[in-house]
Design a protein. Structure first.
Ligand code: PRX
Length: 669
């Protein structure tokens, strides 16, 4: 397939199903779940007697300091799993392996981005024993700095082992981490500090990305200076900033506030008892975009999250002791939490971590990593696969990818062409592909093939994981007929579900549990085919999925409107061959201000500064007025159509006039 035509396939082709791939018998024989019958039987049990099923799993999978007394207390929409139990996440990821043959097995194998043809790559390996020591040390640093159970810690680091160490150290002492993706701006850091009330920030002097240095510490400095509209400091709860020296990048260290990681680590012991935490103790907060307002702090708690991430990692990736498992996600996203750190380490696996971009120094960096590290499982995003297709098969062909035995995708629908390319050119037609559907809120994979058991159809995430009851419903909450589109809901609670939104219980009910009675609304559109397979279409709320990143249109709009020259803004998505969706902003300007190309670029940079480069609009279109309904609501559907019509050619600064269009279609949307 020529790369051009492959990359051109529109995301809508996700609705075309024409191939079924049966598990290879030699894979099934060794798999954890060996057949469709076995899956169906276990699934039936998990749904008919969820408490028995999950009780057995919790007993088998986790190490408890105190056993729970009830598996589930369900008072919709509030769930408590394994009430009365006490355990510790870092104990389950580290200590449990210490007196076993796993102690000297690599837990994390890391490669930094910098590349010099004449030198070996920057690499680091931490065995379970070494990782345990580092985590204990950093837990002691946190304790020394006064961090106590329940305190919030912001982690704003590049993809370096210290990110996992800091996360695990928090869990060791019961502190609640909130990891902020390194691509977010100072403003975003400040908002997250303010919302979570964090007392400490862990950052680095810089991180490498496509050959450049991301100035993380500088962003933290700026975040700590930002003021709200009343002139008060936004991020005023922060007392200490611990800085990893990663990039030898010159930074300012403020006396009394800023401390070097390596200096702190030298002065503390390498053991630290793991604090027994309640099953429902907050574990982490991860901010994610919603359809309104600022990002929401998704709250996950201890036992259910750990069980979900552990079990799915083993069964979905059919993990084995000898695997070198690589999930390419950044720890700033939920995929990095569940499938770089907690899931793999709770299974005693070797988790590979890479710091940088897939095309640095050349578009074959991933394939070179797979060859050199003998990676066996690769889990990445469709947007990356589409970029690889565009770059061409010559890049993977330069490398020996025979070590791979399983491939996964996550984050957005995968178009069948990208699935086939991945299957053929990366998986050598022998590796099963698991297309995994889940969300920050679900904590762990929810709809997915189990390799060896569930036949796959390119573009479908196939069937639900154990204990998960998804349905496709209409606005009244009734199940729609087979092959009709509808809303994807989850009917029953599951252990790794979010427990709420940090500091906003009412919004939790309203966002997730009010749309369809007693069901969790995912925000996704979906259909179920005649085999019961789920085909996720994508978001049907005002959330966009740009290159696998979740971006709220409302957030981008308020960032644009905060620019002094802007009167109003409306942001919509348009289909994009590479990124799935691209961001298009329609903007009206104040008074007599005239649009020009400079202002367009200024606004794009303004959004990058307010939120982060991931939210920078691909296209900004200036308008005289925005089309509105009689009640004054912006007609987004109309703007989506205009945006999907392609970029305007010629003078792109021309003002668009939607007044006529708006008058023609003035129905309340
Ligand atoms: O729209 C779905 C899409 O990503 C959204 C969740 O985004 P986030 O919370 O950032 O988590 C991403 C990684 C788990 C979902 O609502 N999505 C995720 N995986 C898939 C997907 N869409 C289709 N197929 C998938 N496999």
């Amino acid at each position: 397939m020529p790369p051009e035509s492959a990359a051109n396939s529109a995301i809508t082709s996700v609705l075309r199903e024409d191939r079924v791939f049966l598990p290879a018998p030699e894979f099934s024989q060794r798999a954890h779940i060996k057949s469709l019958d076995e899956y169906q039987e276990l699934y039936r049990r998990s749904i008919e007697s969820p408490e028995t099923f999950w009780g057995e799993q919790a007993e088998k999978e986790l190490v408890w300091f105190e056993r729970w007394h009830s598996v589930l207390n369900w008072n919709p929409p509030l769930a408590q799993w394994f009430s009365g139990g006490r355990l510790n996440v870092s104990y389950n990821c580290l200590d449990r392996w210490l007196n076993t043959p796993y102690a000297d097995k690599p837990a994390i194998v890391w490669e930094g981005e910098p590349w010099d043809q004449n030198k070996p790559a920057q690499q680091k390996t931490l065995t379970y024993r070494e990782l345990h020591q580092e985590v204990c040390r950093f837990a002691n640093v946190l304790l020394k700095l006064g961090i106590r159970p329940g305190d919030r810690v912001i982690i704003y680091l590049p993809m370096i082992p210290e990110a996992a160490i800091a996360m695990l150290a928090c869990t060791r002492i019961g502190a609640v981490h909130s990891v902020v993706f390194g691509g977010f701006s100072a403003h975003s850091v400040a908002d997250r500090i303010a919302d979570s009330g964090a007392r400490l920030v862990v950052t680095a002097d810089g991180g490498f990305r496509r050959g450049a240095i991301v100035p993380l510490k500088k962003n933290v400095d700026d975040a700590l200076e930002l003021k709200d509209t009343r002139g008060a400091l936004l991020a005023r709860t922060v007392e200490k900033v611990v800085v990893v020296c990663r990039a030898s990048n010159p930074i300012e260290m403020r006396d009394g506030r800023d401390l070097w990681w390596h200096e702190q680590m030298q002065s503390v012991p390498a053991d630290c008892a793991a604090t027994p935490m309640d099953s429902e103790a907050p574990l982490f907060i991860l901010y994610t975009s919603g359809s309104t307002g600022k990002p929401k702090g998704i709250l996950h708690t201890t036992a259910g999250y750990l069980l979900g991430s552990k079990l799915t990692t083993r069964l979905v990736f059919d993990l084995r002791d000898e695997d070198i498992y690589w999930c390419t996600a950044d720890v700033g996203w939920v995929t990095g939490h569940s499938y770089v750190v907690y899931g793999p380490l709770a299974n005693g696996a070797t988790s590979f971590m890479y710091e940088g971009a897939p095309n640095y120094p050349e578009p074959d960096r991933f394939w070179s990593i797979i060859e050199r590290h003998r990676v066996t499982i690769l889990y990445t995003a469709p947007t990356a696969i589409r970029a690889f297709m565009k770059w061409g098969v010559e890049w993977p062909r330069k490398h020996d990818l025979a070590s791979l035995r399983l491939l996964g995708t996550v984050g957005e629908p995968i178009n069948p062409e990208a699935w086939m390319w991945y299957h053929e050119h990366i998986g050598g037609k022998r590796c099963p592909i698991v297309d995994t559907w889940w969300q920050t809120e679900t904590g762990a994979i929810m709809i997915t093939p189990l390799p060896g058991a569930i036949p796959t159809k390119p573009g479908s995430a196939t069937l639900p994981f154990f204990g998960v009851v998804p349905e496709v419903v209409n606005d009244k909450g009734e199940v729609v007929p087979c092959n009709s589109g509808g809303k994807l809901v989850i009917r029953k609670p599951w252990p790794s579900m979010l427990r709420g939104l940090w500091g906003d219980p009412e919004r939790y009910r309203q966002v997730y549990w009010s749309d369809v009675k007693d069901s969790y609304f995912t925000g996704d559109g979906c259909r179920q085919d005649e085999d019961g397979y789920f085909w996720i279409v994508g978001r049907i709320d005002d959330v966009l999925n740009v290159a696998g990143h979740r971006i709220g249109t409302a957030e981008v709009e308020s960032a644009i409107v905060s620019h002094p020259k802007v009167a109003e803004a409306a942001v919509v998505g348009r289909p994009d061959d590479l990124k799935g969706q691209a961001l298009v902003a329609f903007v009206t300007l104040k008074g007599a201000i005239k649009p020009d190309a400079n202002l367009r670029e200024e606004l794009r940079q303004h959004v990058a500064k307010e939120i982060g480069p991931v939210a920078r609009p691909d296209d900004i279109r200036f308008a005289e007025a925005l089309p509105k309904t009689r009640s004054g609501k912006i007609m987004r559907r109309l703007l989506k159509q205009v945006a999907a019509g392609g970029e305007i050619k010629g003078d792109t600064t021309t003002l668009e006039d939607f007044t006529v269009l708006a008058r023609l279609s003035q129905t309340d949307e």
